[in-house]
Design a protein around this ligand. Sequence first.
Ligand code: SF4
Ligand code: SF4
Ligand code: SF4
Length: 191
Amino acid sequence: MTQASTTPAQPEKLTRSGFLRRWLGGLSLALVAGLAGATSWKSKRKTQVWQLDPHKCVHCGNCEHACVLKPSAVKAVHAYVLCGYCKLCGGYHHPQAKNLDTAAESQLCPTGAIKRTFIEDPFYEYTIIEEKCIGCGVCVKGCSQFGNGSLFLQVRHDRCVNCNDCAIARVCPVQAFRLVPADEPYLLKGV
Ligand code: SF4
Ligand code: SF4
Ligand code: SF4
């Protein structure tokens, strides 16, 4: 039975738990949906595409420089479900940062490609600005060494031209690249 009411619904207070409920699911799904949608036209052309395994990657820096595209088809992505929403973020803050703020000198990313948003003391959300990301992996290394490892690299299939012989795969020191089915083109963490 539906109850009639003239009172508008009260907005949900943005507590951390509420935030996590709303955004972990939403953003994780958005990430997956976005990545999946971005590859649909290529799926029709090829049955396999190149992808890197984030569990093998040692963030050596080759993904930025070896790709035939400039900037690279490899970008950082964020598994929100693994993130600690830390005030001191190993992927965002420079180890020598004097302050835990958003000043350029406090940031690790060379292109300012990570947005930091205050949620609720002491929690912050970190979002990759994809257009600015060059796939250098510096944030991934920082998050792996001093955080939860929620930042990782992926070949973005809305950019990758799917070379027959991937130039990054040839130089990857840990053989993290492999061909994967075109209809499952991402190797995600935390899903
Ligand atoms: S070349 Fe391999 S190890 Fe280096 S950043 Fe790319 S996937 Fe990671
Ligand atoms: S540090 Fe490198 S990989 Fe990470 S967001 Fe910035 S440009 Fe992208
Ligand atoms: S297949 Fe080509 S475009 Fe795609 S990541 Fe490898 S080198 Fe870059």
